[in-house]
Design a protein around this ligand. Structure first.
Ligand code: IMP
Ligand code: MG
Length: 223
């Protein structure tokens, strides 16, 4: 995976983490998603609303697969847990979002977990009367869903696990891994109280992109 002759190597996996999806498979998945988007959006413009920070890497790759005129907007979404705020309170920062009324809007997120973030964001965006509103996620973790919701486009379905790399973080780190990795189960177990839903760390991998770990340890959850 190290680019030959360039004198550097990508970062190593965190201790105990397990490689789940390599860079080539990620790119094949993004290729396929690009195809699906090109087949869906055949004319006019498309506005991507990227959920920071986790979806940044995915969105950067995805938008270069699109041939339509594309606009790029970002939103911040965080769930706060612990003492500072009520458990799981979600904060959406939409103040800087450009006008989307009458536009075809595609929300881009890294992973659909409980579904609370995407559900709240779609509801807030719908109030701004876009011409159409769809969502795309690289990863879907249906085991932890609290809100009945599916993204319109999904890259890979994964079992309950805590995933880092390719933009996804744990405690703000590991976003620069070129692959997707499952954190070690003990990291996940330590992080379990930070979320409302009980975690089930350490599940074995099940399918393509399978992962096994738990939850993040920080009480402020970057997107
Ligand atoms: P939801 O509201 O529970 O669906 O939360 C989705 C957000 O939680 C994602 O956009 C990520 O920021 C974060 N998240 C959920 N699961 C993971 C994970 O396994 N790794 C990294 N971030 C995650
Ligand atoms: Mg996020």
């Amino acid at each position: 995976m190290s680019p030959a002759g360039t004198g550097w190597a990508p970062p190593e996996l965190p201790p105990g983490a397990r490689l789940l999806v390599g860079p080539d498979e990620i790119q094949r998945t993004v290729d396929r998603l690009g195809q699906e988007l090109r087949a869906t959006y055949t004319d006019g413009e498309l506005t991507l609303v990227v959920v920071l920070q986790g979806a940044l890497v995915f969105a950067a790759d995805l938008l270069r697969r699109l041939t339509l005129p594309v606009r790029l907007e970002t939103v911040n979404a965080r769930s706060y847990v612990g003492a500072a705020r009520s458990p799981g309170a979600l904060q959406l920062a939409l103040a800087d979002l450009g006008a989307i009324e009458g536009r075809h809007v595609l929300v881009v997120d890294d992973i659909l977990d409980t579904g609370r973030t995407l559900a709240a964001l779609l509801a807030a965006l719908q109030l701004r009367r876009p011409a159409s509103l769809r969502s795309i996620v690289l990863l879907d973790k249906p085991a932890r869903r609290q809100v009945a919701l599916r993204a319109d486009f999904t890259g890979m379905t994964v079992p309950d696990a805590f995933v880092v790399g390719y933009g996804l973080d744990h405690d703000g780190l590991h976003r620069n891994l070129p692959c997707l990795a499952a954190l070690a189960a003990d990291e996940g177990a330590a992080a379990a109280p930070a979320r409302e839903a009980p975690s089930r760390p350490g599940q074995p991998p099940q399918s393509q992109g399978a992962m096994g770990a738990g939850r993040r340890t920080n009480n402020r959850q970057p997107s």
